[in-house]
Write a protein that binds this ligand. Structure first.
Ligand SMILES: [Zn+2]
Length: 186
């Protein structure tokens, strides 16, 4: 059975047995917060547990490295939707140690792309069109700096209202949080 089939079979049973009942809630966050964090597998269950977050408590936006790399990309838009449409009053940017985006080399990833059939011509075409793939794929060196940068991007965005934007780093093995930016002080 493929992973997808397995999931579909499990899902049917989940719905038939009404296991969703434990998760009933609304689209508005009980804790009035939106969290931007990384897609790392170790954080899937650990982060909510370590922050005492249950279904319905917060909005969670996930992206590689918890980075806000573009002021008008979909990450920033999601945060604004959470604030204006879904009643989130505070923003938390939570990066983590040992992140895949930390020290990520764009060159290595471009090499893998070539190995898997993306031609040099394609990369050249992008480059001639003014797209800097290298820069687009770039990770970060220090997670604290990258979190502080994303906090700044959100806080100083021209469309962000006056809300606290906090920055934190989580340990992906213990769930321990360290405060990088206290949004109440900013
Ligand atoms: Zn990560």
């Amino acid at each position: 059975m493929s992973l997808l089939q397995e999931m579909m079979v499990y899902n049917k049973q989940f719905v038939d047995e009404e296991k969703y009942r434990d998760f009933a809630t609304t689209k508005y966050p009980n804790k009035r917060m939106v969290i931007l964090t990384c897609m790392d597998t170790r954080l899937v269950e650990l982060l909510p547990k370590a922050l005492n977050i249950k279904n319905g408590d917060v909005k969670i936006v996930k992206t590689a490295g918890a980075l806000v790399s573009h002021p008008f990309g979909s990450i920033m838009r999601s945060i604004l939707v959470a604030i204006y449409q879904l009643k989130a009053d505070e923003v938390l940017v939570i990066g983590h140690h040992d992140c895949g985006m930390s020290g990520m080399s764009a060159d290595t990833m471009i090499d893998s792309m070539k190995e898997r059939g993306i031609s040099s011509e394609t990369l050249d075409t992008l480059s001639y069109s003014g797209i800097d793939v290298q820069k687009w794929l770039e990770g970060f060196d220090k997670v604290e700096d990258s979190v502080a940068h994303s906090v700044k991007m959100v806080k100083n965005h021209p469309l962000t209202p006056d809300v606290p934007v906090h920055g934190l780093v989580i340990d992906p093995s213990t769930g321990k949080l360290d405060l990088v930016v206290d949004g109440y002080q900013a």
